[in-house]
Write a protein that binds this ligand. Structure first.
Ligand code: NAD
Length: 553
């Protein structure tokens, strides 16, 4: 893929086509002014409405019908001129029309010049799912004229910068630094020195081409170019009005946070990347919770069976490919949650908004009057699925507490059922949970004891068997430990269990006591299903429970 021409003379385009060859050019209406300067009067020109909407079957059909009508055959040369959408679309037609004809691109957005037009990926969308139908065929050449960016809306320039940041993030710290130093603070495109813009484009192109040359069909290293795209495509599917660049920026931010949550990337490097995204005029914030995206991510081309291929970072300029079990991704994205006890009224609405799930410790929340219950119901409206209901039950409990019964009927997400509760209680609560669509977490606590002992593997293994054979979706084991060695033994056991196919990240080990913070960070990075935090240092609902803030640091 060495035929990439970066030129400041549009007229040079005419020399790119083999002499005597007939030419048809598909171009974005928004670049008519540039198209007119570039084309030869003998060429057939067909305008298109650029944008994501173009990448649909019906337009492929329309264009190929008109090709047939105009008796265009495979001896012709097809040029696609426009942003990434026109290049992807034209490349697809060029690859399949009459089983393929010669084609070349004139990318006119920064995004297309540094990314979309290079690498031979052509295609269209399938409904909300991005780039689902396509092929890999390289263009004969790519003709880049930085001058055409003069008419590009500033917002589109920012979207192109997202792909430049991506290239630096996965492959080159020095290129990343160049972006930080030369592109920020942001200016209008025309206010950058020509040499800087040129370096921005060629620097990115070099990175992309080097990767594509090693792995055209994306068997290995090319996957790195999908950094941010698995999350980004999920976003674009969920929010169709979001542009590719905006979605990729948010997707990179999500992948960066995920890399840090997994303990791969330092917090400082993560901050550096998030800062670059913001400096490029892009918003790294997700419009929904990360876990809400997982459902869309499961439709991604990168999903295979129960695992999802993700590109994550070890450092700026160093990517790592990870095949994550889908359940583990969901868990990591859904944590930490917040446990509310006696001080539950403080910031309840805020926590319901901010935390992916909120535990209501009904035994600590005190009596709630009927009026209070109505008010609480109103506060939880629309967020019911985030509620986890816990009411530790004595073994002699047989009746489900009324508050628990009522809140389950609101549509709470999960209920905690103590393993040691009476069988009749467990059965009736499990039934009620299922009737109301709530997930079931069976839980067991090993509190502080004079012998300073922790449960052995036999006890733990029995708990696993019992919990999952009696309908638990998840098992929570909380243990008070006295030293790091004890904690590490328990965590190692939990990691081993979670890796089992039949358990598949459904056990959470909650260490209580002085080692709680360290071990909960491990739980977060290893994708334990529920990692509990306190709403503040004074509001703990279990010994040593770290605050949400401390866990997020
Ligand atoms: N094939 C690949 O390897 C690859 C890689 C990255 C992105 N993509 C694809 O690229 C697409 C996004 O590309 P894009 O961001 O260029 O979007 P785009 O093609 O929609 O262009 C963005 C907007 O800018 C306008 N425009 C284009 N050039 C202009 C110019 N010079 N002056 C004024 N207006 C101009 C377009 O009409 C459009 O409204 C997505 O569909 C994405 O899937 C493909």
């Amino acid at each position: 893929m060495n035929n990439i021409v970066v030129s400041t003379d549009l007229g040079q385009l005419r020399q790119m086509v083999p002499a005597g060859t007939k030419v048809v050019i598909l171009y974005d209406r928004n670049v008519s002014v540039w198209m007119e300067q570039a084309v030869d009067p003998s060429w057939i020109t067909i305008p298109l409405e650029g944008g994501e909407n173009l990448k649909q079957w019906k337009y492929v059909q329309q264009v190929t019908d008109s090709f047939i009508e105009m008796q265009i055959d495979r001896s012709w040369f097809l040029i696609g001129m426009g942003g990434g959408t026109v290049c992807d679309f034209a490349g697809f037609i060029g690859s399949v029309y009459m089983r393929g004809m010669m084609f070349g691109f004139v990318p006119t957005t920064l995004l297309a010049q540094v990314d979309a037009a290079l690498g031979g990926k052509n295609g269209i969308h399938a409904g909300p799912y991005k780039n689902m139908i396509g092929c890999t065929v390289l263009p004969r050449w790519v003709f880049c004229h930085p001058g055409v960016l003069a008419t590009l809306p500033q917002k589109e320039f920012h979207c192109g910068l997202a792909e430049c940041i991506k290239h630096g993030a996965i492959a080159s710290e020095s290129y990343f630094r160049f972006i930080e130093e030369e592109m920020f603070p942001l200016r209008k495109i025309e206010d950058y020195p020509r040499g800087v813009l040129q370096k921005l484009i060629t620097g990115s192109q070099e990175i992309k081409i080097k990767i594509v040359e090693q792995d055209l069909y994306e068997k290995g290293v090319r996957k790195a170019l999908n950094f941010g795209h698995t999350f980004g495509h999920a976003l674009a599917a969920r929010y169709p009005e979001m542009s590719h660049g905006e979605a990729v920026a948010k997707g990179m931010a999500a992948a960066t946070r995920y890399s840090a949550q997994k303990g791969l990337l330092s917090r400082e490097s993560a901050q550096r990347l998030l800062h670059a995204i913001t400096s490029a005029g892009l918003d790294p914030k997700l419009p929904c919770s990360q876990s809400d995206l997982v459902a869309y991510m499961l439709h991604d081309k990168k999903k295979q069976g129960n695992t999802l291929g993700l590109v994550l970072l070890r450092d700026i300029g160093q990517y790592v490919l990870v095949n994550e079990p889908v359940q583990k991704c969901k868990n990591i994205l859904r944590n930490p949650g917040v446990s509310l006890g006696a001080q539950w009224k403080e910031g309840l609405t805020w926590w319901l908004e901010k935390a992916p799930w909120v535990e209501f410790r009904l035994d600590l929340m005190g009596d709630i009057s009927q009026v209070g219950m109505v008010a609480l119901r109103m506060q939880c409206m629309g967020k019911e699925e985030r509620i986890l209901l816990t009411h530790p039950a004595d073994p002699e409990f047989t009746e489900i507490p009324e508050s628990l019964r009522q809140m389950l009927s609101w549509g709470a997400g999960w209920v905690d059922i103590p393993v040691k509760a009476a069988t009749v209680y467990k059965e009736s609560l499990s039934r009620l949970a299922r009737e109301n669509g709530a997930g079931i977490i069976q839980s067991v606590h090993f509190w502080e004891n004079p012998e300073r002992e922790i449960p052995g593997k036999d006890i733990l293994n029995t708990l696993v068997r019992e919990a999952f054979s009696t309908g638990a979706d998840y098992l929570k084991i909380a243990v008070y430990t006295y030293n790091e060695k004890q904690s590490d033994e328990l965590l190692a056991w939990c990691d081993e269990q979670n890796a089992r196919e039949d358990v598949n990240h459904r056990i959470t080990m909650m260490i209580m006591g002085e080692d709680a913070l360290r071990t909960r960070k491990h739980a977060l990075s290893q994708g334990y299903p529920f990692v509990y935090a306190a709403s503040g240092p004074q509001n703990t609902t279990a010994p040593g429970q770290p605050s949400f803030e401390a866990l997020m640091m």
